[in-house]
Design a protein around this ligand. Structure first.
Ligand SMILES: Cc1cc2nc3c(=O)[nH]c(=O)nc-3n(C[C@H](O)[C@H](O)[C@H](O)COP(=O)(O)OP(=O)(O)OC[C@H]3O[C@@H](n4cnc5c(N)ncnc54)[C@H](O)[C@@H]3O)c2cc1C
Ligand code: FES
Length: 266
């Protein structure tokens, strides 16, 4: 983990339902929250709602962070009591957050073209990478996967950053691993894939791992794992990795959540 971490009381500035499953909130936070880097996350103290009172904080990736305005945004799928409480926030409400936590994505100066590949809520985690890479002069291709077009999220953020967006969906029969692998192989053959980034799908991670190993391409995955402390103390978020032929165990919250995709095991 790098940088300052704090518990901060923030003010909700915007709360918007995006489609049948996803919601976005934007808060006024200030530093250190607004200095969060792509791939880092916060532990949110989700408010009570008619659905119940969440006991633990819930991990949520930074979707946007602007040190100039002090604003931070989150984009999330409404799944259980925590995220239902979050979705019920309205402008003026308070949101308590702990972070920024974990190690984010890295962008090597020599890369000219990166490919981000994700699905569902994983797209929220990948989204800020688009702007960060473009700001460093890199071309960005984003292959964004969803069950159907109406559930696609973060495509607008990638487009606003100047990325080339390729949507793939179950409904259109374009999201299967074989089709996505063909797309990626084409980009690699064209010399348009110096690094791969993925989040949100075990099947896509498998494709990324195979291509990264086969072609020697750097690849990073942001893993999602149920968490308790989020600070490296409880060991409830441990996952397995194969490193130099040995299986190692690492904490997603503290050692990650971004890891070398070639090492992550399911
Ligand atoms: C580092 C990190 C970053 C994340 N970023 C985002 C994000 O940007 N947007 C987003 O929509 N979600 C994100 N998640 C997942 C998010 O934390 C869970 O969806 C949330 O905790 C669910 O809380 P809940 O109380 O609403 O649901 P619960 O009632 O706790 O659970 C509802 C369902 O979600 C599953 N679930 C719970 N926690 C997780 C988890 N950590 N990962 C995967 N599934 C879970 C449960 O198994 C259950 O099926 C992230 C998770 C991690 C670990
Ligand atoms: S959530 Fe406690 S160690 Fe990761």
């Amino acid at each position: 983990m790098t940088g300052e971490v704090a518990v901060q009381q923030t003010e909700v500035l915007e709360s918007a339902s995006l489609n049948a499953e996803y919601h976005r909130i934007r808060v006024r936070a200030g530093a250190p929250a607004s200095q969060a880097r792509p791939g880092q996350f916060f532990q949110l103290l989700c408010p009570a709602s008619p659905a119940g009172t969440p006991f633990l904080r819930r991990p949520m990736s930074v979707y946007g962070a602007d040190p100039a305005s002090g604003e931070v945004s989150f984009l999330f799928k409404v799944t259980g009591i925590g995220t239902r409480g979050l979705a019920g926030l309205v402008p003026g409400d308070r949101l308590d957050l702990l972070g920024p936590l974990g190690n984010g994505f890295t962008l090597e100066p020599g890369w000219r073209h990166i490919v981000a590949l994700g699905r569902g809520a994983g797209l929220a985690t990948l989204a800020p990478l688009g702007a960060a890479a473009r700001a460093r002069g890199m071309e960005v291709t984003a292959i964004l996967s969803a069950r159907r077009p109406s559930l696609m999220v973060a495509d607008d953020a990638f487009r606003a950053a100047g990325a080339r967006v390729i949507p793939v969906t179950d409904a259109e029969g374009t999201s299967g691993p074989a089709h996505v692998e063909r797309l990626l192989r084409g980009m690699i053959a064209d010399g348009r894939c110096d690094a791969l980034f993925t989040c949100g799908s075990a099947r896509l991670l498998e494709v990324v791992r195979r291509l990264a190993q086969g072609f020697g391409i750097p690849a990073m995955v942001a893993l999602e794992q149920q968490m308790a402390c989020g600070l490296g103390m409880c060991f409830c978020c441990v996952r397995s990795f194969r490193v130099d032929g040995q299986v190692l165990h690492r904490r997603v919250c503290y050692d990650g959540p971004v890891f070398d995709a070639r090492e992550a095991l399911e």
